[in-house]
Design a protein around this ligand. Structure first.
Ligand SMILES: [Zn+2]
Length: 147
């Protein structure tokens, strides 16, 4: 896989004049600014998923062992977003489930229950994130015509 391949693909698309999802790049707004990028390349197609239902947070998304895990990590690292220390940390998804849902059309349940998908967040950051994702969710519902 190299530059040559990418150029060939782009040239082919341009020549054919075929519109495309091939050239369209998806701009994912990182929800954790300033942190080391942990974007996981799942190799999933970039094409738009067919979303027929509004997002609904899965029940018991995080397990008690995951909540225990973030408290252990948090004690050493502090909040993953602001760096502050706290008595109690909340398990925050590095990639919000609602974003994953609207971007891919599904939620990877195995990943959802994995410690590598979460990070410790203090209550302030977690609340901010929750509010931002609530706005995002509403906006997406509107875009898809869900009520
Ligand atoms: Zn914080």
């Amino acid at each position: 896989m190299g530059a040559g391949v990418a150029i060939d693909v782009a040239a082919a698309v341009a020549t054919d004049g075929v519109a495309s999802s091939v050239t369209k790049s998806v701009n994912v707004v990182s929800k954790s600014k300033g942190l080391v990028s942990t974007s996981k390349n799942t190799g999933k197609a970039i094409s738009k998923p067919n979303i027929t239902k509004p997002y609904k947070r899965p029940s018991n998304a995080t397990t008690s062992s995951m909540r225990k895990y973030v408290n252990e990590v948090g004690k050493k690292t502090g909040c993953a977003k602001c760096g502050n220390t706290s008595d109690k940390y909340i398990a925050g998804y590095k990639k919000a489930l609602v974003e994953e849902y609207y971007e891919t059309g599904t939620i990877d349940k195995t990943n959802m229950r994995s410690n590598s998908a979460i990070q410790p967040e203090c209550s302030t950051c977690s609340n901010q994130e929750g509010a931002a994702m609530s706005r995002y969710s509403k906006q997406k519902k509107k875009e898809h015509g869900f009520n």
